[in-house]
Each structure stands twice: as C-alpha cells, then as structure tokens.
Design a protein around this ligand. Structure first.
Ligand code: GLU
Length: 449
C-alpha cells in the first residue's frame, strides 16, 4: 500500500485538477491536507477506504435564483448557495454569508472549514455553509426583508432542525435571521431549531451574540497561559468591526487588555487611549455606520483609509484578525513580527494567507487558527439547538461558562494532538488533526457513504 504522503498528494492533485478555479477552497483544503500525512501513516485503514477523497467532496451543493423587488419596484436577481458538506457527525451546521464576494469557492471553503471546526466543539453537528452575493450594505430594511423572504422560499426546501441548521455570518445578523425565520415559519410551521442566532424573544440563546468574539479571547487566554502569560496590560489590534470584532474587543477589555485599533473595509481607527466600545457599538449596531464616524466623538483618534495603510502596521502584543478571509498577508505578517507580536488569534474564517501563517510559525509567534479559535460561535449555536429541543432557556452565565469550557477543551485537544505527532506547539496541525480524527472515526463506522 502507498504511504500517507503519496496518498494525500494524489488526492490533492485530483482536487486541484477538478477545482482549479476555486482558489479559496483549494487554500483551505491545502492547509488541512498538509497536516494529515502522519495521520494516514498511522491509520492506513482510512486510506484503504479512500476517506479523504470522500470527505473533500461535498455531500450536496445547491445554487438557486433569488429574485426580489427593490424599493423602486425594479426586479433584482441574486444567486443563493447552500453547501451541505458533511453529515458524519450530525445535521449540517454553519452560517449564511450575504456579501458581494460570495461565490461557490467561498461557500465551499467555509463549508470545508466548518466540518473540522464543528467537530472540535465536541457537539454533534456536521458541516455546511451558504449565502448569497446579495449586499445588505446600503439596502433598506424592506429590501433586506424581501430578499431574505425570497432566499428562504427556496432554502426552506433543504433545511430542518435535524437536517441542516443555518445561522449568521458576514452580512447576516439578528435582522436577517429574523426575516429568514419568519418566512420559514410561514411556509412550514414554528420550528425553533431550524436556525440559530435567533432573537431572544423567539428562541435565541443568551450569549450567542457574544460567543464568537468571547470564544476567541478565551482561546487566546488558554494559549497564553501555557506560556505563563496573561491578557492583562497587553496591547491588542482587532481588525473588523462586526459582531466577532465587537465582542472580542469587549472581552479583551474586560480582561485588562488595551485595544488600540479596529477597522472596516474602508480603513482603520487608531485610538491610543483605547477603543471606546460604547461608541463603536452605537456606530455599528445601532446606526449601521462606518468606523470613520468614530472621529466625531473622538477627535484624538486617527482614521487611516484602507489604501493608505494597514491596521497590521501598528505595534501591539496581540493580534485578532476578525474581518474576513486573506486579510492578513505575508507582508503584514512580516511587519507584525518585526514589531514583536506575541500572539495571533484568528476570529474570522481563514484571515491569514498560507504564507502569512508560515511567517508566524517560523518566527515562533503563538498562532491560533480560525477553526479552533473562532469555534465559540457555532458551539453556542449548538447550545441554542439543545435549548430549543428541550424547550428550556439557560442563563447567560451558564451558556458563557459552557463556552469557556468548550474553548479550553478545544485548546487542550489541539495542543495534545500536536504533541502526540511530535509537532508540539503547532496548533494549525493540532486543530486539523484533532478535528479530522473525530470525523474520520464517524465516517469509518458509517461505511462507504
Ligand atoms: N458563521 C459562524 C462560523 O463561521 C457561525 C456558524 C453557526 O453558528 O452555525 O462558525
């Protein structure tokens, strides 16, 4: 029989030749595959079952037309997607992204990552993802509602509390989930567990809003603790200013770190006094504005437009990329290393390029990969499903305590897997392997399906 290296290389070649135009998907696949060679050497039976080639092929990919009427009564058309990647561990689970950049490659990379992330949470959830190239930015509430209703009219045929449970992602927050849920209910019946990230008045979980950002900070805390370090009095950069970024800032500040900067696609805000979170929340959660609006109440802060500088040029101890994929490149990583960065914790999905990760690892910077560090959001989504199924509502404190335990366990399991295969401290390797082994065991048990 061939060895692990040859097997993984063969499957990778096959994926590359079939999906040459899906750059983001290939990037996510390459990163995971690079970790799996010693796993297949140890478990040749998985090779014999051609487990990897099955895993990298989504169980199902749906694309569909989403027609809707804008406020001028013009007919608009967007494209909707849902990829049901793996149900080895449970119902497909993963968010919906509404952003003009959404295409099949993006949805597949997100769905592929989600399989391992969800496995790491220890909850019984498979991997899926979806979305649309619709841009909620600049749309009225009514336009968003009409779009969401049209999107769900198709999507509802494919989802259900024990089948596939979507949630939010970029561009899909409480408002969008509300409209999507309303339309699902109208076409089917009230089934609380069909979506997560719901409002608290109709089946949502306390602490779901905070979960991804808080979870990333809890993960960083564990990673630092192993080095005898804490978050207290460290300086931090948090890119983005959406749901993940805001609650990463909140938890960092609570634990004594000083957050110097946040950003959006138009540029970054640098506030040497520390970001005023109440202002940021007002701008982003209430006014749906841009980060530059921060200057109105904070004339001492600085706004740097995206084409004139990068948030990653600021000197800080801790870095939390919480905006979007590939926002942190090799050049950014080199700047951060030169400025003595201590730890990088990914809050967004795949925010660092493969080259950037290499730079951090060579420089021995502590590096927490997204599929481990940002798993808190989907972990609490699974807790929301559990609450819905049992018709109970847990307190904020109990959900938050459970989240902390889950993030600690993900850290410990990732760190232990790295150590076990002689890669101590390599959490990229550890998270890939720990996640993969859970999925592989289930696939092995379930036969060739
Ligand atoms: N979109 C989030 C993620 O990337 C959350 C998914 C969910 O809650 O299902 O993990």
């Amino acid at each position: 029989m061939i060895d692990g290296k040859t097997y993984v290389a063969q499957v990778l070649e096959n994926v590359k030749s079939h999906h040459a135009h899906e750059a983001e998907f290939l990037q996510a696949v390459e990163e995971v595959f690079a970790s799996l060679v010693p796993v297949f050497d140890k478990y040749p039976e998985y090779m014999a079952e051609n487990l990897l080639e099955r895993l990298v092929e989504p169980e199902r990919v749906m694309t569909f037309r989403v027609p809707w009427l804008d406020d001028q009564d013009r007919v608009q058309v967007n494209r909707g997607y849902r990829v049901q990647f793996s149900s080895a561990l449970g119902p497909y689970k993963g968010g919906l992204r509404f952003h003009p950049s959404v295409n099949q490659s993006i949805v597949k990379f997100l769905g592929f990552e989600q399989i391992f992330k969800n496995a790491l949470t220890g909850q019984a959830i498979g991997g899926g993802k979806g979305g649309s190239d619709f841009d909620p930015k600049g749309k009225s509430d009514k336009e968003v509602m009409r779009f969401a209703q049209s999107f769900m009219t198709e999507l509802q045929k494919h989802i259900g509390p024990d089948l596939d449970v979507p949630a939010g992602d970029i561009g899909v927050g409480a408002r969008e989930i509300g409209y999507l849920f309303g339309q699902y209910k109208r076409l089917n019946s009230y089934q609380a567990g069909v979506l997560t990230g719901k409002g608290l008045s109709y089946g949502g979980s306390l602490a779901r809003t905070q979960a991804t950002g808080y979870g990333a900070v809890y993960f960083a805390k564990e990673m630092l603790a192993e080095q005898g370090e804490t978050l207290a009095d460290k300086t931090a950069l948090v890119s983005g200013s959406g749901n993940v970024a805001i609650y990463a800032v909140e938890k960092l500040q609570e634990l004594g770190a000083n957050v110097l900067a946040v950003s959006d696609s138009s540029g970054y805000i640098y506030d040497p006094k520390g970001i005023d979170l109440a202002s940021l929340k007002q701008i982003k959660e209430v006014e749906r504005g841009r980060v530059r609006d921060y200057l109105t109440n904070h004339p001492g802060a600085q706004f740097v437009p995206a084409d004139q500088g990068s948030i990653w040029s600021i000197k800080a101890d801790l870095v939390f990329p919480c905006a979007t994929q590939n926002e942190l490149t090799k050049e950014h990583a080199q700047m951060l290393v030169e400025n003595g960065v201590l730890a990088v914790t990914e809050g967004a999905n795949m925010p660092s390029t493969l080259e950037a990760i290499n730079v951090f690892q060579k420089a021995k910077v502590l590096f927490a990969p997204a599929k481990a560090a940002n798993a808190g959001g989907v972990a609490v989504s699974a807790l929301e499903m559990a609450q819905n199924a049992s018709r109970r509502t847990w307190t904020f404190e109990s959900v938050d305590a459970e989240l902390q335990t889950i993030m600690q366990t993900i850290y410990q399991e990732s760190s232990a897997a790295a150590k076990h295969f002689g890669k101590e401290g390599d959490l990229v390797f550890g998270a890939n392997v720990a996640g993969f082994l859970k999925v592989a065991e289930a696939m092995h048990a379930q036969g060739v399906v």
